[in-house]
Design a protein around this ligand. Sequence first.
Ligand SMILES: Nc1nc2c(c(=O)[nH]1)N[C@H]1C(S)=C(S)[C@@H](COP(=O)(O)O)O[C@H]1N2
Ligand SMILES: [Mo]
Length: 311
Amino acid sequence: MLIKRATDIPSSEITSEYAYRNRRQFLKAAGATLGAAGLGSILPASAYASSKYDTDEMQTPLEHVSSYNNYYEFGTGKDEPVVNAKGFKLRPWTVAVSGMVKKPATYALDDLLKGLTVEDRIYRMRCVERWSMVIPWHGYPMAALLNKLEPLPSAKFVKMQTLYAPDRMLEQRRPILHWPYTEGLRMDEAMNELTFLAVGVYGKEGPAQNGAPLRLITPWKYGFKGVKAIVKIEFTDKMPLSAWNEEAPHEYGFYANVNPNVDHPRWSQANEARLTGGLFDQLRPIKTRMFNGYGAFVERMYAGMDLRANF
Ligand SMILES: Nc1nc2c(c(=O)[nH]1)N[C@H]1C(S)=C(S)[C@@H](COP(=O)(O)O)O[C@H]1N2
Ligand SMILES: [Mo]
């Protein structure tokens, strides 16, 4: 995100020419014309429970969600991961759990997630570069996993890392970032009810370019916190050094909370371009909301903190 296209989004990358209404709006319309009996055959396989976490805003179509990505291991261009992550194997997959935790072990991913209930959450996502999307994530609340692993009271942070495998992730052969990509959360942030571990989008696992088979989602933070292809979860009492923080500490902080009042050193964060797949997305900037509109869930965690210093 340092390197290119930091300030604008070329229209050539807005691939889809239609707007996709979110499923509830779609259901309403379909229900009105077809009746309930006809729905099964035309709707996607998974049913999205509408929860108190969902946004009603227009969803970004799958075609677009899966072809406009930030994933430097597979290329720095937004259109590269869809090509370069093709064929990336999601199994076998292991996750090493270590540090200040009662059940440290190297788990097969399916064992790690066993016993947890899969959910779909329609979240607003805001990238630090000012584009945003609305994405139905498929996965698990992070708190459910943490309760299973039982962090010790001494654990203050959780650090998560992407796979390091230059033979499978071509750009890891070049020193673009300090590989492996690393991110972290304070323990209370990790336990927050919004914090989610996605295994996929639109009701099923994958695709790889969106971070499958396991990826972090914190919708009140800028997108770079959402570390993809997680193979390591470590509980620690020290604030982890994250990939972007290490790369450019004046530009990317540990907290990375969406905040329209604190500019990035090179651009304002007051507005965003919501990518819905429509042709004119970038011509209609919308106002960015504090904590990306999730203040009711998260603001108490930052009470009394100077969010200008802790950006
Ligand atoms: N391993 C890894 N994770 C990553 C990135 C990356 O380059 N490598 N990019 C981050 C950034 S900056 C964003 S905005 C989101 C984009 O997620 P998406 O492609 O699902 O929209 O992934 C985040 N997770
Ligand atoms: Mo991003």
